[in-house]
Design a binder for this molecule. Structure first.
Ligand SMILES: Cc1ncc(COP(=O)(O)O)c(C=O)c1O
Length: 443
């Protein structure tokens, strides 16, 4: 995308934002026209809230490798990475080949297929807590099923979750929760608050079926759990007969066996999703055999778990190919090491400019926060000016960097040094252009 050099040094934040919006709208007329037309048949022209951003989301026409092309014909490096589901990049050849083979053999078989156990075996081999696994269609569904199972087997009602946690569209706990959340009675604790959470678990122990936690809060800002916090959760839930559920929908990519393997904290149940379906709709939940075997349809008091697309042929074939042919432990280690290097370089860039801009994250997942660190809990993000996030987002798009409006960056396998260098250059230019508007490092 051609960029006219302009000097922004004397702008205030509102003027800078208004100018960035004007330039963005002028550069993307086809995306705007598509959105306007979609508004007639879809509320706000949208069917997925997270993809909306002001002044108008880009429409993407196609993707290849780690690149995307918008309807207006501009090329972007894809650091949004489909909110981590795009780990394989676009059109990975092994996954495309497996999908085509499956498509040729018919996809509506109405029976167990040859792919599902292949994927299940590969998952159980990788994730230490998975003795058995079942499939569904999304991470949201996986979390609902895990909590439903916990409530059924314990005969208890409540679930403890954490402020700012996102466990899918029916279990959202940012900003006081959503009116669309499922009516499970919840206890909400503070993430990384070891003593406070221990006390809450003790207080509600008789009534708690499960504690559900992301080992690193993803949507909440890429904030990793402290090791002692997870150890406490493991010990206290075991002591009180409460099931510990790790939502590894996002964090599963941080080591071959997820963060549970990396940190050696093994939950009773785990939920998965995103890239593990090879690019198609996917969710999975699994864990201890004695719990999961309640779904064995041959047992007299089995729990019934249905879903037309639970074993969708395309997802099962693509997921199995991805996990067995593409995502080797070495490939994943290289991806996460690249992410660590990128985050360190971003920190170096902000530090050198004397800015109070912090990064969080682990491995191939990170977030940029326009406020000084350290950030160890969601409460530490309070007071961040949302206008800076928006300005940053628009500035990155103007330089061909596609990333989430919340400042999250995810790497995909096809990315190399050239792509991470391009991100660093774009961030460097942003700092150059808007430095005076950004928070200063605390003395
Ligand atoms: C931690 C976590 N759990 C669950 C979900 C829900 O997954 P899905 O979007 O597939 O329903 C997400 C989605 O971003 C997530 O980040």
């Amino acid at each position: 995308m051609a960029l006219a050099k302009i000097t922004r040094r004397n702008l205030d934040l509102d003027t800078a934002l208004a100018e960035a919006e004007r330039r963005y709208l002028a550069a993307n007329p086809k995306s705007i026209a598509r959105l306007e037309r979609a508004k007639a048949s879809m509320p706000g022209g949208n069917t997925r809230s997270v993809l909306h951003y002001a002044p108008c989301p880009l429409t993407m026409a196609r993707g290849q490798g780690c690149r995307l092309w918008s309807l207006d014909g501009d090329e972007y490096i894809d650091f949004l990475c489909e909110y981590t589901a795009g780990l394989y990049g676009h059109s990975n050849p092994a996954i495309v080949a497996a999908t085509k083979r499956a498509l040729d053999d018919g996809v509506m078989l109405g029976a167990p297929n040859v792919y599902e156990a292949r994927l299940a075996e590969a998952l159980c081999a990788r994730f230490p807590s998975l003795e058995r696994v079942r499939f569904c269609n999304s991470g949201s569904e996986a979390d609902l099923m895990a909590l439903g199972l916990a409530r059924a087997v314990t005969g208890r009602d409540r679930v403890l979750a954490f402020e700012a946690a996102y466990h899918g569209g029916f279990l959202m706990f940012a900003h006081g929760g959503s009116p669309l959340n499922v009516p499970i009675p919840m206890v909400i604790a503070r993430y990384n608050d070891t003593d406070g959470t221990r006390a809450l678990i003790g207080e509600h122990a008789h009534d708690l079926a499960a504690v559900i936690v992301e080992p690193m809060q993803g949507a909440g800002g890429c904030i990793p759990a402290e090791r002692g916090f997870l150890d406490m959760l493991r010990a206290e839930t075991a002591r009180h007969g409460i099931l510990l559920v790790f939502d590894e929908v996002i964090t599963s990519r941080l080591s071959p066996g997820g963060l549970q393997a990396a940190w050696g904290v093994i939950p009773d149940l785990t939920t998965l999703g995103k890239y593990l379906g090879g690019g198609s709709s996917f969710g999975a939940f699994g864990g201890r055999a004695d719990l999961m075997d309640r779904f064995d349809p041959a047992s007299p008091d089995c729990l019934y778990h249905s879903g037309t697309f639970n074993n969708d042929v395309l997802t099962m074939a693509a997921g199995a190919a991805g996990l067995t042919e593409v995502l080797t432990p070495a490939a994943l280690a290289a991806l996460n090491a690249r992410g660590e290097r990128l985050r360190a370089a971003l920190d170096g860039l902000f530090d050198a400019a004397g800015l109070g801009v912090a990064t969080t994250g682990l491995g191939s997942l990170m977030a940029i926060h326009f406020r000084p660190g350290p950030i160890g809990a969601p409460a530490d993000l309070e007071g961040e000016d949302p206008r800076l996030k928006q300005l940053f987002h628009l500035a990155m798009l103007a330089r061909g960097i596609y990333l989430s409006p919340r400042g999250m960056v995810a790497l995909s396998l096809p990315m190399g040094e050239a792509e991470t260098d391009a991100l660093l250059a774009a961030v460097g230019a942003f700092v150059e252009d808007y430095g005076p508007l950004l928070p200063r490092a605390e003395a």
